[in-house]
Design a binder for this molecule. Structure first.
Ligand code: SF4
Length: 181
C-alpha cells in the first residue's frame, strides 16, 4: 500500500542492531518542533491569511500545529498577524509575559513587523519594539505559503535550540533589553 504520510526524520545519532542513541537536546527538539501550539494574535487582514493557512487547503495540522491556544499559558508560539496600535502594545506584551518558557514569536506581515503602510502616530512601528521576535514573514498580506514557511523556520529554531539557551546570560540580557525580568 502506498501512502503520502511522511514520518519526521530521526535526529542525528548512532545506530546499530537494535539500538539508536542520540542526545536529550535532540529528542526534546524533535518533539517540540513537531507539536508547536500557536496563539494567534490576529488584529486585521493578515489574520484572514492565517485563517486560510489553518484551512484544509494549506492545513497547518500537517506540522502538528492545528491546536490553537487562546490561553497564553498553553501556547508555545505567539503569532502576531495584523496592525498593532500603540494602545494595544501593552496587551500584546502582557500576553507574551503570560506564556511559559520556552516561547517563540512569529511576526506575520508588514504591519506586525514594521507598521507597514501605517506610518502614523497611533501605530506601533514593529512589534519588536516591545517583545523579541524570532522570525519575520514579509508581505502585505503574506500568502499562506509564506506563513507556512515562517512556521517551518520556527520549527528549525525549536529543533536546534540548546536546552541551556533560556538560562544563558545572552537570553537574559535580551529580555532585560525589553524590560522583562
Ligand atoms: S500587512 Fe497588509 S494585509 Fe497585513 S495587516 Fe497590514 S495592511 Fe493588512
Amino acid at each position: 500500500m502506498t501512502t503520502d504520510i511522511k514520518i519526521a526524520e530521526a535526529p542525528p545519532g548512532h545506530t546499530g542492531e537494535g539500538f539508536f542513541a542520540t542526545s536529550l537536546d535532540k529528542v526534546i527538539g524533535l518533539a517540540r518542533s513537531n507539536s508547536i501550539w500557536p496563539l494567534p494574535f490576529a488584529t486585521s487582514c493578515c489574520g484572514i491569511e492565517f485563517m486560510a493557512t489553518m484551512g484544509s487547503n494549506y492545513d497547518l495540522a500537517r506540522f502538528g500545529s492545528e491546536r490553537m491556544s487562546f490561553s497564553p499559558r498553553q501556547a508555545d508560539l505567539l503569532l502576531v498577524a495584523g496592525t498593532i496600535a500603540k494602545k494595544m502594545g501593552p496587551v500584546l506584551k502582557q500576553v507574551y509575559l503570560q506564556m511559559a518558557e520556552p516561547r517563540w514569536v512569529l511576526s506575520i506581515g508588514a504591519c506586525a513587523s514594521s507598521g507597514g503602510i501605517f506610518d502614523t502616530y497611533s501605530v506601533l512601528q514593529g512589534i519588536d519594539r516591545i517583545i523579541p521576535v524570532d522570525v519575520y514573514v514579509p508581505g502585505c498580506p503574506p500568502r499562506p505559503e509564506q506563513i507556512i514557511d515562517g512556521v517551518m523556520k520556527i520549527q528549525e529554531l525549536v529543533k536546534n535550540e540548546p536546552l541551556r539557551r533560556r538560562n544563558s546570560p545572552e537570553y537574559k540580557a535580551l529580555l532585560e533589553s525589553y524590560g522583562i525580568q
